[in-house]
Design a protein around this ligand. Sequence first.
Ligand SMILES: NC(=O)c1ccc[n+]([C@@H]2O[C@H](COP(=O)([O-])OP(=O)(O)OC[C@H]3O[C@@H](n4cnc5c(N)ncnc54)[C@H](OP(=O)(O)O)[C@@H]3O)[C@@H](O)[C@H]2O)c1
Length: 221
Amino acid sequence: MGQTAALRLARQGLTVYLVGRTESKLQATAEQIRAGGGTCHVFPADLTEEPALDALTAQLKAENVAVDVLVHTAGEAMIRPIAETSFADFNRTLAINLGTAILAVTKLIGFVRASANPSIILVSSKVALRGYGGVAAYSAAKAGVVGFARSLAVELREERIRVTALCPGPVDTPMRWSATPDFDRDLVISAETIADTIWYLANLPRGTMTGEFLIQSEIYD
Ligand SMILES: NC(=O)c1ccc[n+]([C@@H]2O[C@H](COP(=O)([O-])OP(=O)(O)OC[C@H]3O[C@@H](n4cnc5c(N)ncnc54)[C@H](OP(=O)(O)O)[C@@H]3O)[C@@H](O)[C@H]2O)c1
């Protein structure tokens, strides 16, 4: 989803700053963006670590850049019955799915404030809104993202910064097929649909508030 959203935003003419742990994946995305005439910068970083965004924030500051759209998609699925879920599993799942969102927002909020129509879009999940068995730690983390977004939306509304928790049902991405290889292919929506939604949310008129935004296949329950 992050890659597809980055390609989409770059096609629309935005300069894109790519963050993730694996530099080769970021570089491959960057090559696609540049091949299409877009502009981007690559910042390999593990967002579970406090200094992860220091290089990015230093560049944004040096170049006086405003962040129009902050999109957080970092996450990792955890499908495991509660009896087999260790405390370390919980902590890791919370750190990767929720902690990374908090780090991204706290480190980048100053640059978002400088935008003429700022948007923060945090990708949560449908599991934050509805109970499914076997995903307790993941659901808790994704519900945490929704709670974080709700509070931010109220705190930042006087500054007219729009905050959305995007809550997809199953999406056709590498995570989907590594977490659930036998999942029914008719029940997923595409990463392009998520990218379209991100672009739509980012372009709402300033002063429009959103909230949780559920998006899923019409035949997914
Ligand atoms: N696919 C679905 O069905 C689905 C449904 C609902 C919600 N979601 C959520 O949507 C988001 C995107 O998922 P996806 O399906 O696109 O998964 P994906 O293909 O596995 O992508 C997740 C991305 O997060 C990055 N990442 C993970 N941990 C990170 C960390 N500590 N620091 C920096 N980057 C990190 C990964 O890159 P590196 O490994 O290189 O760091 C990867 O590019 C996730 O939050 C996921 O939980 C997915």
